[in-house]
Design a protein around this ligand. Structure first.
Ligand SMILES: Cc1ncc(COP(=O)(O)O)c(C=O)c1O
Length: 372
């Protein structure tokens, strides 16, 4: 698998060129409104004094870092505001890879493909831990794969594409493995607001110098185009304080700083937005999951029912998750998903559908009719 060219673009392009109407279930772009306060924050920013249009502090607006820190129960000096979780993951993986001995990065298969491309960019050897049949990652399996060569372990909870949320015991065990192998656990928690069963447990609950947590507002506030995320590093007076310093330098030399208007608006929205905004989003997705999986039953498919996130993996009899089959489904059923093979080997028989479209019902009907 070529992880340097995201397959995502290929599928989107194919769907766009199709000669029929296609429901796009490829991308992870939320289709609902951002919090109202976010629009207000950006609008009022346009009228601010021009002195506020100048560089913000490189590691992010102090108010925003304070707000993130108090919500996550950490100190402000552990937080760097980034250009989305994408940059946060890059800073975390790169800082960990430099800091810890060993040339290997360990990932879970199926994998969010950008982790692999990034690990390759860093010159790391990549090893995979296959997810168990129920989609969870067994710490025992991780223990079998990691070695003295492991510098970084990356996990994602709630998980894209599997839809599982790892329990607290898994997070504790993973951080423990990072500690005992002189490595760092990077926990990408970008879907933390999409936790349907209340089982999500952040790696931040495990106090350790060997874990970094990444996150963003891309999904939780429906602003993938705004690029506001963050990374939380270990305590600055501990043995791994250099992780923060490495990340800060890399962030500054790459970006100088992040964009100020969007940080200001996110800060405003964090203060003004009621928990009902996030609950409404979860309720909407819960309805879509029900509708979609009911149709998958009718189509005779096996599927994952997300505990978190907004992706469903489905396996149709005799129809493995290849790029060719994805194209067939676009042409013959009018539904675009992602091939399971784009996420590694362990779910190559499956197709991934993102439920971030108001047309889930249409897609469900089309799939049921095509396979039923
Ligand atoms: C697991 C995971 N991490 C990170 C990202 C990227 O997030 P951001 O838009 O904040 O860079 C995505 C986007 O789909 C994702 O699925």
């Amino acid at each position: 698998m070529d992880y340097e060219t995201p397959q995502f673009f290929r599928v989107m392009q194919y769907a766009r060129r199709a000669e029929r109407d296609v429901v796009d279930m490829v991308s992870g772009n939320p289709d609902w409104e951002p919090p109202q306060a976010l629009r207000e924050g950006l609008t009022s920013y346009a009228q601010a004094d021009s002195s506020e249009f100048q560089y913000p502090p490189s590691i992010g607006l102090t108010d925003l870092r304070d707000e993130i820190a108090s919500r996550r129960g950490v100190k402000r000096n552990q937080v760097i505001v980034t250009n989305g979780a994408g940059e946060a993951n890059h800073l975390a993986m790169s800082a960990g890879f430099e800091q810890f001995p060993g040339s290997e990065i360990v990932l879970v298969d199926p994998v969010y493909p950008y982790y692999v491309g990034r690990a390759q960019l860093l010159g790391a050897d990549v090893s995979f831990v296959p997810a168990a049949d129920d989609g969870h990652v067994a710490p025992d399996h991780v223990a079998e794969v990691i070695s003295d060569e492991t510098a970084v372990i990356v996990v994602n909870t709630p998980n894209n594409p599997l839809g599982v949320t790892y329990p607290a015991s898994t997070m504790e065990a993973l951080v423990g493995l990072a500690e005992s192998h002189d490595a760092v656990l990077v926990s990408d928690e970008v879907y933390d607001h999409f936790d349907y069963g209340g089982n999500f447990s952040s790696a931040l609950h495990v106090d350790s110098p060997n874990r970094i947590v990444t996150n963003s507002f891309s999904k939780s506030m429906a602003i993938t185009g705004w690029r506001v995320g963050y990374a939380v590093f270990p305590e600055r007076d501990g043995p791994t304080a250099a992780l923060f310093e490495r990340a800060r330098t890399q962030h500054m030399l790459t970006n100088v700083t992040g964009s100020r208007p969007v940080q200001q608006a996110v800060y405003h929205a964090l203060q003004e937005t009621e928990p009902t905004y996030y609950q409404d989003t979860r309720d909407r997705l819960t309805r879509r999951i029900k509708m979609f999986t009911t149709a998958l039953d009718a189509a005779g498919a096996a599927y994952t029912k997300p505990e978190g996130g907004f992706y469903v993996l489905a396996r149709f009899p005799g129809f493995p998750g290849t790029m060719e089959n994805v194209e067939t489904l676009i042409d013959d059923a009018g539904v675009a998903g992602m091939p399971g093979e784009a996420f590694g080997e362990s779910r190559a028989d499956w197709l991934r559908f993102a439920l971030v479209t108001p047309r889930v019902e249409t897609a469900a009907e089309r799939l049921a009719a095509y396979f039923g």
